[in-house]
Write a protein that binds this ligand. Structure first.
Ligand SMILES: O=P(O)(O)OC[C@H]1O[C@H](O[C@H]2O[C@H](CO)[C@@H](O)[C@H](O)[C@H]2O)[C@H](O)[C@@H](O)[C@@H]1O
Ligand SMILES: [Mg+2]
Length: 253
């Protein structure tokens, strides 16, 4: 595991922690399609219990939209930053704040879809963000990446391309997980607490940097190379077990 250490046992009372969680690849095993992931009752119960024990200081920090997250975890609703921080819901039942869309990329999505006319590539349209999923057609990843990089030239400045997990995403520069974490850390019930963030992907690295600046605990799940995270866990199962152990929550039967 790239020599990164396992995270330590948490040594402060639970009221002093703030917990930020990536979803795909961290809490959920990857599936062939974004809508094919499985959320167990145990996981819903665990997250609900942790949210209560932390006095609400738990938020999802994800590339999915908040609406997509709510559909997956229903009836559980948590604080969340969606679309890498372009959306945020600061209280579980509050409104979803949405950042401006710098450009309409729907037409771009159509063009890329037509170019990759293969039936195996799924283009996820997330408003200002485009995710090209090549999990079912790995041989098309390089072509998809090339197309998206060339599409950058057609957009106003302020977009970037980042590798996804079995795909590639095009997004505004301000879509960064570190910004989302800092926003939560400035308000109750997060402010003044020591933050923990668990994530598994390139897009989580910026979040790890924000956590490290705040002297928190950054944990990369299944690191595949260099990471800014201080600690690492092997996989989803180990992540869930670590959360259960460290937040002293018993499994929901
Ligand atoms: O920030 P995350 O919560 O980890 O979300 C990242 C992206 O996750 C989803 O795509 C990934 O997971 C899918 C389900 O396992 C998989 O089919 C796909 O190949 C992965 O890239 C989601 O669809 C994206 O919108 C998120 O940005
Ligand atoms: Mg992830």
């Amino acid at each position: 595991m790239s020599g990164v250490r396992k995270p330590p046992a948490l040594d402060l009372p639970e009221g002093q922690w703030a917990l930020f969680l990536d979803i795909d690849g961290t809490l959920l095993e990857h599936a062939s399609h974004p809508n094919a992931v499985f959320v167990s009752e145990e996981l819903r119960g665990l997250l609900g219990n942790i949210e209560q024990r932390l006095g609400g200081a738990l938020a999802f920090i994800t590339g999915r939209s908040v609406l997509a997250v709510d559909r997956l975890f229903q009836p559980l609703k948590l604080r969340a930053a969606g679309l890498y921080g372009l959306e945020h819901r600061l209280t579980p039942d509050g409104p979803v704040g949405v950042a401006d869309t710098p450009a309409d990329i729907a037409a771009l999505a159509d063009a890329i879809e037509a170019e990759l006319d293969d039936g195996q590539v799924y283009i996820e349209r997330k408003g200002p963000i485009l995710a090209i999923h090549t999990r079912a057609a790995p041989h098309l990843l390089a072509r998809a990446t090339d197309l998206v990089e060339r599409a950058l030239a057609q957009l106003p400045q302020g977009y970037r391309v980042i590798p996804g997990n079995a795909g590639v995403e095009l997004m505004p520069l301000e879509a960064v997980k570190g910004g989302a974490i800092r926003r939560f850390m400035a308000i109750p019930p997060f402010a003044g607490r020591r933050p923990v963030f668990l994530g598994d992907d390139t897009s989580d690295e910026n979040g790890f940097e924000a956590i490290n600046e705040a002297r928190g605990i950054s944990v990369r799940v299944k690191p595949r190379g260099p990471t800014a995270a201080t600690y690492a866990l092997e996989n989803v199962a180990e992540t869930i077990a670590w959360l259960e152990t460290n937040f002293e929550v018993s499994r929901v039967s």
